[in-house]
Design a protein. Structure first.
Length: 234
C-alpha cells in the first residue's frame, strides 16, 4: 500500500542544511499497525508528513496504492490526501465552535457528500469510537480523551486507506492513553491500516511492528506480538 524508496528530505534554513531523512526505504502493507519510534528530532514527523502527503521530499520515490505520488503539485497531493489519508495529531485540531458531529462531518463536506449521508456516516464513525452520546456537545465542553476520539472519528469518516497519528496521546494521561490505544487496536482489527508516531516504548508495545529512527536513518524494523488491551469499556 505504502512503498517509499531512498527518500531524502533536507531542510534548508539560511545557509544551514539539515538532512531530516537520509535514504529511507520501507513498505507498509494493508492491515498493518506500525509504530514509528525514535528520539526527538530523529525525523518521525518529517516521515509522517511525507507519507501523509502533507510535504514533499528532495529525492527518492513514493508509491501509494501502486500510484507514483513522488512529484505532485500541492493541489494534486491535497486531492489524494483527502481521499486516502486520515490524520490524528497530538493537539487534536478540532473546530471549537462546532459541535462533535459537525467536526466529524467536515471531511465529508470537503468531499461533497450529500448532507443526509454525511450525518449517517459521522454518526457511525462516532459509534466506533464510543462517542455516540456526545454528538451535540461543543468540542470545548468535552475532555481531552474525548477530543482525541472525535479527531479519530473525523480521521476515519472518509474510509481512508491509512490512519496516521503523530504522538496522538502526547497531551493525555496514562489511562486515557490506553483508551486511545484500545480504539486503535479495535479499528485495526476491523481492517484499518494504522501508522503511529511515538517516542514511548509503552505505546509501541501495542503495535504489531516497530520501525525505529535515529538522525533521519532507519535503524531497525521489527515485527512483534503486540500487547493486547481488553475490548469494550472505552
Ligand atoms: N520546517 C523545518 N525547518 C527546518 N528544520 C526542521 C523543520 N522541521 C523539522 N526540522 C528538523 O528536522 C529534524 C527532524 O525533525 P522531526 O521530523 O520533527 O523529528 P521528530 O518528529 O522525530 O521529533 C530535526 O532536527 C528538526 O529540527
Ligand atoms: Mg515529531
Amino acid at each position: 500500500m505504502i512503498e517509499i524508496k531512498d527518500i531524502v528530505k533536507i531542510y534548508r534554513t539560511g545557509s544551514e542544511t539539515l538532512t531530516a531523512l537520509d535514504h529511507v526505504t520501507l513498505t507498509i502493507q494493508e492491515g498493518e499497525f506500525t509504530s514509528i519510534m525514535g528520539p526527538s528530532g530523529s525525523g518521525k514527523s518529517t516521515l509522517m508528513n511525507i507519507l501523509g502527503l502533507l510535504d514533499s521530499f528532495d529525492s527518492g520515490k513514493y508509491f501509494l496504492n501502486g500510484k507514483d505520488v513522488s512529484d505532485l503539485t500541492d493541489d494534486e497531493r491535497a486531492a489524494i490526501r483527502n481521499k486516502e489519508i486520515g490524520f490524528v495529531f497530538q493537539s487534536f485540531n478540532l473546530m471549537p465552535r462546532m459541535n462533535v458531529l459537525e467536526n466529524v462531518q467536515l471531511p465529508l463536506v470537503y468531499a461533497k457528500v450529500p448532507m443526509k449521508e454525511r450525518k449517517r456516516r459521522a454518526e457511525e464513525a462516532l459509534k466506533r469510537v464510543g462517542l455516540e452520546n456526545r454528538m451535540y456537545h461543543k468540542t470545548n465542553e468535552i475532555s481531552g480523551g474525548q477530543k482525541q476520539r472525535v479527531a479519530i472519528a473525523r480521521a476515519i469518516v472518509n474510509n481512508p486507506s491509512v490512519l496516521m497519528a503523530d504522538e496522538p496521546t502526547g497531551n493525555l494521561d496514562s489511562k486515557t492513553t490506553l483508551d486511545i490505544l484500545r480504539i486503535f487496536q479495535q479499528l485495526n482489527e476491523e481492517g484499518t491500516t494504522i501508522v503511529m508516531v511515538t517516542h514511548e516504548s509503552e505505546m509501541s508495545a501495542y503495535t504489531k511492528r516497530i520501525i525505529s529512527f535515529r538522525d533521519g536513518i532507519l535503524q531497525s524494523d521489527e515485527l512483534q506480538e503486540p500487547k493486547v488491551l481488553p475490548k469494550g469499556g472505552v
